[in-house]
Design a protein around this ligand. Structure first.
Ligand code: SF4
Length: 269
């Protein structure tokens, strides 16, 4: 039996399709997505550092703060304390709070900075990360707040390994465009997107860093978790979410209906 080509409607299907139904899309390639976003936003911002320890400190210096505040907090940490483990362990709490108080729970974040410093002290983090692979991911996951996705980000941004590292913003964009499948489990969702794109990742680390940065920016500013600004979005013509129309947001796994169901379950006697 002949199978239909994926993602394309034949003329007969189009005739049978109900009025107003939209044609399913093949998602744009990673290269095309990244190029469209770079045209829209310009060259993405460089990561704050390529040093693994500094990248870990950057992730932890503030909790729930904008990128602008995070960068400011990190720059305060660099100028007032430094980023070497010995300097952080020797710093007074007051000094650490100068940096961490740009976000919420500043004392808690100051404790995390100390925990990071004491774990990193005596560890040749550069060599461990430089070797890449599972050993590096496991070593990185032992630091506060770094799960699988965070560890992969450190590997990419430090230039150690070419991989499609994504934060939650980038992951949301690629899912909506049509790559991978959303799952209740964040890591499984991440893996499904990475698997779907594995043949497009290549080995060009600087390009993959730009992809990470520009997807993050797009997810923060346009492809927001709720009420994405699809009209005028640079990916609109190649995005399954936009093609499915406004109802898509409430029907997707993890959308408001699922959150409401989870809340009902949580509140059940
Ligand atoms: S068209 Fe909408 S859903 Fe698709 S990438 Fe753009 S903002 Fe996100």
């Amino acid at each position: 039996m002949r199978r239909k080509a994926p993602g394309r409607m034949k003329a007969d299907d189009a005739k049978r399709a109900p009025r107003g139904a939209r044609r399913p899309l093949l998602p744009w390639s990673l290269k095309r997505i990244a190029a469209a976003l770079e045209r829209a936003y310009g060259a993405p911002e460089e990561p704050i550092s390529s040093d693994p320890l500094e990248l870990i400190l950057f992730e932890n210096v503030v909790y729930l703060a904008s990128d602008e505040k995070r960068r400011k907090a990190f720059s305060t940490l660099c100028s007032r304390v430094g980023t070497r483990p010995e300097a952080i362990l020797a710093a007074s709490e007051e000094r650490l709070l100068e940096a961490t108080s740009l976000g919420i729970l500043p004392s808690h974040q100051a404790l995390k900075l100390r925990a990071i410093a004491s774990r990193a002290k005596g560890l040749d983090l550069g060599s461990i990360v430089g070797r890449g692979g599972r050993e590096a991911v496991t070593a990185l996951k032992a630091f506060p707040s770094l799960g699988e996705a965070g560890a992969e980000r450190i590997l990419l941004l430090s230039g150690a390994q070419a991989l499609l590292a994504l934060d939650s913003n980038g992951l949301r964009v690629l899912l909506r465009v049509g790559w991978g499948r959303e799952d209740k489990d964040y890591t499984r969702t991440l893996r499904s997107v990475q698997d779907a794109l594995k043949d497009q990742v290549g080995t060009d680390i600087p390009w993959l860093v730009r992809v990470h940065q520009v997807l993050r920016r797009h997810g923060q500013s346009t492809c927001r978790r709720s009420q994405p600004l699809c009209e005028g979005c640079a990916l609109n013509r190649g995005c399954s979410f936009a093609a499915a129309g406004p109802k898509a947001e409430t029907q997707r796994p993890g959308g408001p209906h699922l959150r409401a169901r989870r809340a009902r379950r949580r509140n059940a006697p």
